[in-house]
Ligand binder design. Sequence first.
Ligand code: NDP
Length: 481
Amino acid sequence: MTEKILNYINGELIEPVGKTYLDNINPATGEVYSLIPDSDERDVELAVLAANAAFPVWSNMPVAQRSDILLKISALIDKNLDRLALAESIDQGKPLWLAKSVDIPRARDNFHFYATGAIHLATEAHAMGNSAINYTLRQPIGIAGCISPWNLPLYLFTWKIVPALASGNCVIAKPSEITPMTAFLLAELCREAGLPKGVLNIVHGLGPKVGAAIVSHPEIPAISFTGGTKTGEWIAKTAAPMFKKLSLELGGKNPNLIFADCNFDEAVKTAVTAAFSNQGEICLCGSRILIEKSIYEKFKEAFLKRVSTLKVGDPLSDDSRMGAIVSKPHMEKILAYIELAKQEGGKLLAGGKQLQLSGKNSKGYFIEPTVFENLAYDCRTNQEEIFGPVVTLTPFETEEEALMMANSTQYGLAATVWTENLKRAHRVAAKLHSGIIWINCWLLRDLRTPFGGMKNSGVGREGGFEALKFFTEEKNVCIKL
Ligand code: NDP
C-alpha cells in the first residue's frame, strides 16, 4: 500500500482541503511509493490562521524555553537518524551512506545550532555622549514563509525553518513536492517534542500552487527561498510590491581553479568529490574545472582515473558512490545538456549516457559521471547550471585568464582554489565574484559563517546570526537622558 503524506497544520496531520494527491516516485526504481497532498491556497489559508493564532504565545515565550523545544526536536532527529536517512535516500535517490553521514546529521545540527544561537543573539546600544542612548529592539516578524528545494531535502528545509522559529516566528513551509518525505516525518517529531500547535505548518504540493500562494499571501511578510534562479526571479517580482523581506539562495555554476603549485593528489581527489557528490546535485558542486596548462594533461589523466572508480548504483548499497538522479524530467534535462555539450564541440572523456541498471533498479534514473573537455569558457555548457554529474575541464595560461573565466557566468555562489602559494590564494579569493570561497578544500562548513551568493545566485546571506537577524524586525529606541 502506498503511504499517504499529510499536511501538518495547527499541530495536526491532515488531508489537503481539495482531497487530491500527487504521486511520489522513488527515483531509483521509477515506482510510485507514496502520495503527496496536492494542496492549494485554501490549505495555505488554514496554515495562516493557525500561525496567526500561535504567534502571540510563541513569540512571547522566553527564548530559553523555545530553545528547549527545538533541542528536543534535534535529539529526536538524532534518535531517528537511520529511519530519516533511509527515507531521504528512497525519496531523493542519494546514497544511503551520504544521507546518514551528511544530510540527517546536518538537519540535527541545524536545530542544535539555532536553538542555542538564539540565546546568544545580542542587540546593540549606541550612546550619544551624555545626551541620549539608543538601543535596538529585535522582534520576530510574524509568519515566515520558507520554501526549499529537492537536492538536500531535510538539510535545507531545517536550515530555513529553524532560525525562523528560534527567533520567535511562526512558519509556513513548503518542501519540494519531489522530495516531501522527511519533512513529513519531521512533523511527527515536532508533535512528539511538544512544539505548540500552529507554530510550524508544513503544506505540501506544487510550487506554482502552494509556493505561489505563500509568496503572494499578504499576511506572510518574510520569504526565505532556496531553489532555481528563474523561480527566485518570479518570487522577487511578486514579493517586491508587497515590500516583503526576501532571502534568496539560488543557482550556481561554480569554478574550481587548479594552479600548478597545488597539492596535486588532494586537488584531484577533492575535485572529483566536488563534481559528483550527490550526483552533482548540490548547488555548491564544482562543475567548471579550470586547470593551469602546465599540469592539464597530468591532472586530466589522474581525474579520469579516479572518476572511473565511481560506482553508480542502488542508493541503498554501501558501495554505490553515486545514486539516482532525483526525477525523470531532471534526468532528461541533464541528458539534453550532454547532447548540447557534444553539439558545442565538447570532447567526451568519460560517461555521457543514462545507465541501465538491473533488477529493482531497472526503471531508475541513473547517469554516468560525465566529463567533457575542449569547450569554450563562454559556451552554454560552461555558462548554464546543469545540476547533475556533468563537468568540464578547461586549461588556462595565467591567473588573470583563470579569473576571467571563473567570473564569466551570471552566477556567483561558490568557488574553489587549489594553490600552495599563500599570496596567490588571498589575491584570487579577493577577486573571485563568489559569495563562498574554499581554498584547498570543498564544502568545509562552519555554520556561523555567511552563506549565500552574489550576482544571480541570490540576495542576502544565511548562516550564523545573519539568519536570526533576517527573521527579525529591527526597531531603534532613542531615549533622551
Ligand atoms: P525550484 O526553483 O524549481 O524549486 C524550489 C522550490 O520552490 C520547490 O519547493 C518548488 O516547488 C518551489 N517553487 C516552484 N515554483 C514556485 C513558485 N512559482 N512560487 C513559489 N515556490 C515555487 O528549484 P529546484 O527544486 O529544482 O532546486 C534546484 C535549484 O536550487 C538549483 O538551481 C540549485 O542551484 C538551487 N539551490 C541553491 C542552493 C543555494 O544555497 N544557493 C542550495 C540548493 C539548491 P516544486 O518542487 O513543487 O516545484
